[in-house]
Every structure is written in structure tokens, then in C-alpha cells.
Design a protein around this ligand. Structure first.
Ligand code: FMN
Length: 165
């Protein structure tokens, strides 16, 4: 619960290697997400190559911060064979949120950089990864040690809650 409330978007990173054990923990959290009919539509690319990271960072006008990350994880989704393809984006969103919370719990930082549902961004990332029609890119998840954190404010708003019916 602490990590959930402490999570914040981190767009500036310190130099420092993120070890494979931490990456596996992040991926395990992602793969633990709920999904429609338990269809688990995800596959993941773990990118450490600096040239590839800098190309990924240019795939959207809002993804430049990925260039400073040690690792970029690209969650992708299956386009065929799903029982509930219309739920795939929701499944992927639950997966990404799980990853962001685990990244926070590990003392690392990240931010959800949107690729899907923007066709132009998806096409660029798919081309960089060399993936075909079977799977498509969903988001960029840069991972690194946070250069700075801001103080967290409580976002609970009682006015958004309707109860007593
Ligand atoms: C679906 C989604 C797409 C987002 N896309 C981007 C993005 O492309 N670039 C970016 O810098 N931040 C992106 N963000 C991060 C939001 O800007 C951020 O979550 C929001 O401002 C709240 O700040 P916080 O994450 O620090 O709580 C995205 C977040 C979500 C949930």
C-alpha cells in the first residue's frame, strides 16, 4: 500500500544499473495483474541497448525522458488468439500499473509513456523492436534510479464519492 500511495512519475534518472533480479520482480508484478478471462495478453521487451533506447525515446513527442533511463521495458499485447480482444487494453493497463507500483517498491522510478492507442507511435516502436502483426507495442516503461522526487499530496476527494443509497 505504501508503494501505491508513493508512486509518482519520474522523468529524470541518475546513472546506475538496474540488475536483472529487479527487472524480473517488475515483470513478475506485471504478469500478476488481473486480465479478462485470465487471458494474459502480454509479452515484454527489455531494452538495455543505448542506441535502441534513444530511438524509442523519439517514438512520441512525450517520451523523450526515456533516453535517460538505464532500462526501458516495452509491454506488448497479443493481437490474435485472445478470447476477449476488446479487453486487451484494460488488461495491459492493469499490468502497467502493477509494474509502476513494484518499481516504486524497489526504490526505482518510472513513468507510463503512452504508445497505444496512437497508431503512429505504435508503428514506430513496432518497427524499432522488429515485431510484426502477432504482437504490438503498448507503452514505454523507462526504469532507473530517480534523480528527484516531489512531495506527494493526498488525492482523496470526498466529493467524488457517492454513497448511502
Ligand atoms: C494512460 C497514461 C498515459 C501517459 N502518457 C504519458 C506520456 O506519454 N508522457 C509522459 O511524460 N507522461 C505520461 N503519463 C504520466 C502522467 O502524466 C502522470 O501519471 C500524471 O501527470 C500524474 O502524475 P503522477 O504519475 O506523478 O501521479 C501517462 C499516464 C497515463 C496513466
Amino acid at each position: 500500500m505504501d508503494a501505491l500511495l508513493e508512486r509518482q512519475s519520474i522523468r529524470r534518472f541518475e546513472t546506475g544499473k538496474v540488475g536483472p533480479d529487479k527487472i524480473e520482480a517488475i515483470l513478475r508484478a506485471g504478469m500478476s495483474a488481473p486480465s479478462g478471462g485470465n487471458q494474459r495478453p502480454w509479452e515484454f521487451y527489455v531494452i538495455r541497448d543505448k542506441d535502441m533506447i534513444s530511438r524509442l525515446a523519439k517514438s512520441s513527442p512525450y517520451s523523450g525522458c526515456a533516453a535517460g533511463a538505464d532500462v526501458v521495458i516495452v509491454p506488448c499485447f497479443l493481437t490474435k488468439g485472445l478470447m476477449y480482444p476488446e479487453l486487451a487494453y484494460m488488461d495491459m493497463s492493469a499490468c502497467v500499473e502493477n509494474m509502476l507500483v513494484e518499481i516504486t517498491a524497489l526504490g526505482l522510478g518510472s513513468v507510463w509513456l503512452s504508445i497505444a492507442p496512437y497508431e503512429d507511435r505504435m508503428k514506430k516502436v513496432d518497427e524499432i523492436l522488429g515485431i510484426g502483426d502477432r504482437i504490438r507495442s503498448f507503452a514505454l516503461i523507462p526504469v532507473g534510479y530517480p534523480a528527484a522526487k516531489r512531495s506527494i499530496s493526498d488525492r482523496y476527494e470526498n466529493g467524488r464519492v457517492h454513497e448511502g443509497y
